[in-house]
Design a protein. Structure first.
Length: 147
């Protein structure tokens, strides 16, 4: 009887941990979705909901003439918000079929990593859990997206 009780309790703990992990994964996916949609739609509310004010984003763009990747300017939180505002003002939205792929790469108790595929290329995202919400801290990207 004791071993049956141990098995039942172990199953409950595993199930509870799995549920917590799925909830955390959903939170990471939500932050990443807000990030993509914020840039695609020019939605500053979505960016504000997912970006830490200390955001550090930089990346590399492939020069069409030389084929070499060159580092691009750093994008801060304020620059990200300004970019979204320009998208909205100019109505320069992403195409309806633009990629929006999110892969959660690793998930800890208070940190996570994800890979995003968007129209501009690939972003590697580092997130932290702030209270009960996942927020994007760092982004390292490369573009353009090569098919």
């Amino acid at each position: 009887m004791k071993s049956l009780l141990t098995i039942v309790l172990t199953c409950l703990v595993i199930n509870l941990n799995h549920s917590q992990t799925e909830t955390a994964k959903d939170g990471v996916i939500k932050a990443c979705s807000n990030y993509i949609e914020g840039f695609y739609e020019g939605d500053t509310d979505k960016l504000e909901a997912s970006l830490q004010p200390t955001l550090n984003k930089f990346g590399f763009w492939k020069d069409k003439n030389t084929g070499e990747y060159q580092q691009q300017d750093h994008m801060s939180y304020d620059k990200a918000i300004a970019y979204a505002k320009r998208v909205l003002k100019s109505k320069n939205f992403a195409k309806k079929d633009a990629p929006k792929k999110i892969e959660v790469l690793d998930l800890g108790n208070s940190i996570a990593s994800a890979k995003i595929t968007a129209w501009w290329g690939i972003d590697y995202i580092l997130l932290s859990k702030r209270g009960d919400k996942w927020m994007i801290e760092q982004v390292l990207w490369e573009g353009p997206l090569e098919k």
